[in-house]
Design a protein. Structure first.
Length: 448
């Protein structure tokens, strides 16, 4: 018995030594790789993945689909499969995921996503993840079966960290003790500050996820230390936050821009941070703001869960930071797997239909709320609001000829402009047109 115990102890020691060596090798390679202009860095956000085990074709799921604000909830599994295959073909070095991984923090959804991320890392692509406001301790975690919404297991902050241990948390060079923020150094010359800006319960949530975000005082102090370290090391540092640091939309800030964004902007200004990512609003956008000593450019990558399933690409060199919007290659997945479902045969068209339907509902609801509803007028207004809203969220440019020859002369547009008090839809369309005319939100280059 004593010999067996000695042998067992020896075996455990060997296993621990092997594990330590393997871990050390991974940490060393993780820190020593130098980022070159050949390296591809991808970013996705707002996946809002819902496990297919949590819904059927019943009334409850049909209702949640119609109220999902343009998100597709049905085919998250297939999009993740397509992403894994695209990673295998194109070999990005790093994938950033900036929150709202799940629909509403369902544990089953998060577990499945972690498995897809494992597949991606097995292809040689490192992943860095932070949570969004929907991911942790959400009282809205539900399954949808028949005509019932069924309460399902939530994800705690500790479970989130454990499930995504290999996607940033285990490799972090520094961890904030007050949140799920961390500093990752996947390259010797480029670091990523993954900032948890969310407000959630420590264990179980009750009710809707909190929309707005705030960075804790302790976390701000920790961020200060990380930014100082990056400046002293002379490396590029890219912050990744779920909530917006800059105001991204003229008509939308409360609940989307950080409550204490001024504090984070002050730190970015102090340490010369020029570029970063966020998500949360679902719409592709790029905004630059002069902070005093530096100008800060923030890219909000469009949501992976809505038309057309966007992927951002980032590249850096000694002189500049370059961003380019791209999208999921669902067509290659469909060509390989030959699905019988027409919604998967041409998935981008399906995503457009889902999103346009939400825009149409928005038009009808707005006119009804403003007490001048007419079905025929609403349908006519929808004909230009749908493509305009689609362009706004996807980052595509509006065709000025289409505006000049089709939209502006139409009776529906004239009616919308003439309504008093001014309609929300008229103001919203003006914002979309102004952005399309004034700036490119699909790509940007920032000189260091």
């Amino acid at each position: 018995m004593k010999k067996k115990m000695i042998l067992l102890a020896g075996t455990l020691i060997c296993l621990i030594v092997v594990w330590s060596v393997m871990t050390g090798q991974r940490q060393q390679s993780y820190a020593e790789a130098e980022l070159t202009d050949q390296d591809k860095i991808w970013i996705i956000t707002d996946l809002h993945y819902l496990s297919q085990d949590l819904f059927d074709d019943g009334e409850a799921f049909s209702y949640i689909e119609k109220t999902a604000a343009g998100k597709d909830l049905r085919y998250g599994k297939e999009r993740m499969e397509a992403l894994v295959e695209q990673v295998e073909r194109e070999h990005p070095s790093l994938l950033l995921v900036s929150g709202d991984l799940s629909l509403n923090g369902e544990k089953q959804s998060v577990v499945e996503l972690a498995q897809y991320f494992t597949q991606i890392e097995e292809k040689g692509t490192e992943i860095l993840v932070i949570p969004g406001n929907h991911d942790i301790a959400s009282g809205w975690a539900r399954g949808f079966k028949g005509n019932q919404q069924e309460v399902t297991d939530q994800v705690t902050s500790q479970q989130f960290e454990d499930l995504f241990a290999d996607n940033g948390y285990q490799q972090a060079s520094s961890r904030d003790q007050a949140s799920l923020s961390y500093l990752a150094k996947p390259f010797s010359n480029a670091w990523f500050l993954m900032i948890d800006s969310n407000i959630y319960a420590s264990v179980q949530g009750d009710g809707a996820p909190t929309t707005n975000g705030r960075i804790k005082k302790e976390t701000l102090n920790w961020i200060d230390v990380q930014l100082q370290a990056a400046k002293q090391a002379g490396v590029s540092l890219i912050p990744v936050v779920h909530h917006n640091v800059l105001q991204q939309h003229a008509m939308l800030s409360k609940g989307y821009t950080l409550d204490n964004a001024v504090d984070l902007k002050a730190l970015f200004n102090q340490y010369g941070i020029q570029f970063g990512f966020s998500g949360h609003t679902h719409s592709q956008n790029i905004v630059e703001e002069d902070l005093g000593q530096v100008s800060y450019t923030e890219v909000v990558n469009g949501a992976f869960s809505i038309y057309p399933a966007l992927i951002g690409q980032l590249s850096l060199d000694d002189t500049s930071i370059r961003y380019q919007k791209t999208q999921l290659d669902m067509a290659s997945w469909a060509e390989k797997h030959q699905p019988s479902d027409p919604n998967l045969q041409d998935h981008v068209s399906y995503l457009q239909t889902v999103f346009d339907s939400t825009s149409d509902i928005m038009v009808h609801n707005a006119l009804n709320d403003e007490h001048w509803y007419d079905g025929e007028t609403a349908d006519a207004i929808s004909q230009f609001i749908m493509p305009a809203n689609r362009a706004y969220f996807s980052g595509e440019k509006l065709d000025q000829t289409w505006l000049d020859e089709t939209v502006f002369p139409s009776q529906a547009y004239q009616t919308l402009q003439a309504v008093s008090p001014r309609s929300f839809l008229a103001d919203y369309l003006d914002v979309i047109i102004k952005r399309s005319q004034n700036r490119d939100v699909e790509q940007v280059t920032v000189s260091k």
